[in-house]
Design a protein around this ligand. Structure first.
Ligand code: SF4
Ligand code: MG
Length: 314
């Protein structure tokens, strides 16, 4: 995933575009087959937009996404449709993606209909099969979305994504709307399904403890930029970027006897319309110097697999 940009035009009162919301601004990283990559940052940092852009659910402004050697941004719509099967998305609120008047079985089967997979008999068998895999009773097939709890709906959302046998699943805050006890059930299910189907996850979330639990590697985003990336244990043990340090300081230490200092950042996240110059974190960074206002810091590999973009580290 290379140099991804997603800018939304902002029209002024007479309908002329002069400004852009830089929701995702030049993000580069690798996703390895079979891993879970956690994408974290405060709401509005662009992590969901990045996920949606990678799947072409929204048109990219710039960048390249190589999947199995092919740049999927360069494919025509019909060529991409064939790839789409491999790239699925699970949303925070699966209810909104389920047709309230359709039986669950038909909603789950829908992606197979779209991709022209199997006969209707085969599709039905596949749906029963996948319902079992996600821990739902077979009679779920004949019922309707409103009959299910949040956790069950998320299982239905997973079934719908997995029914076409994808390789990459982008999970956008899949447990954020659920009770804590249900959250861990869904997380465990995601892990089981990953193992069984050899899935790769891009896991978007703002809850660091959930991300820490599930992710092999983590990328930290701030205001449309990826500021740091490392293996999960490395990131938690040795955060380098001032923003990551502040973010991590906000979660309680597992050992309550160990007191850790909470780093409070001044001010709010600036608007992504006209973000701050240079390092866009400089308005809130406790360590900012003059150069930070002028130059965009480069992404450097400080330790093997540990990338950071900060002048102080460079
Ligand atoms: Fe802070 Fe400067 Fe590093 Fe940005 S580049 S995080 S402002 S020290
Ligand atoms: Mg989001």
């Amino acid at each position: 995933i290379k140099g991804i940009k997603k800018y939304f035009p902002v029209k002024n009162t007479i309908g002329v575009t002069k400004k852009y919301v830089k929701a995702v601004d030049d993000v580069t990283f690798h996703l390895y087959e079979g891993e879970t990559y956690g994408l974290v940052g405060e709401s509005g940092c662009g992590k969901s937009t990045l996920g949606r852009t990678i799947l072409r659910l929204t048109d990219p402004t710039d960048g390249e996404v190589f999947f199995g050697g092919t740049d999927i941004f360069k494919l025509s719509n019909s060529e991409f449709r064939k790839q789409r099967q491999n790239l699925q998305m699970v949303f925070q609120d699966p209810y909104s993606s389920l047709n309230p008047r359709k039986r669950i079985g038909d909603s789950i089967a829908e992606p197979m209909v779209i991709h022209n997979i199997g006969t209707s008999q085969e599709r039905m068998e596949r749906v029963f099969d996948i319902l079992e895999k996600v821990g739902l009773h077979a009679d779920t097939y004949y019922r309707f979305p409103h009959e299910f709890s949040g956790g069950q709906r998320q299982r239905i959302g997973l079934a719908r994504a997995l029914v076409v046998n994808p390789k990459l699943v982008i999970c956008d805050e899949p447990v954020s709307a659920l009770d804590v006890s249900i959250q861990s059930q869904i997380i465990n299910l995601l892990e089981d399904l990953q193992e069984e189907f050899g899935l790769t996850y891009l896991f978007v979330a703002h809850d660091l403890s959930v991300v820490r639990h599930i992710s092999d590697r983590i990328g930290v985003m701030y205001l449309g930029k990826m500021v740091e990336e490392a293996e999960t244990d490395e990131l938690f043990a040795n955060p380098l970027h001032p923003y990551t340090k502040a973010l991590l300081s906000s979660i309680p230490h597992p050992n309550p006897k160990i007191k850790q200092e909470k780093i409070i950042l001044k001010g709010e996240i600036p608007s992504p319309i006209n973000p701050p110059s240079g390092c866009n974190f400089h308005t809130r960074c406790p360590l900012a110097t003059d150069i930070c206002k002028q130059a965009v810091p480069k992404r450097v590999e400080k330790r093997p697999g540990h990338f950071v973009a900060c002048h102080l580290i460079e």
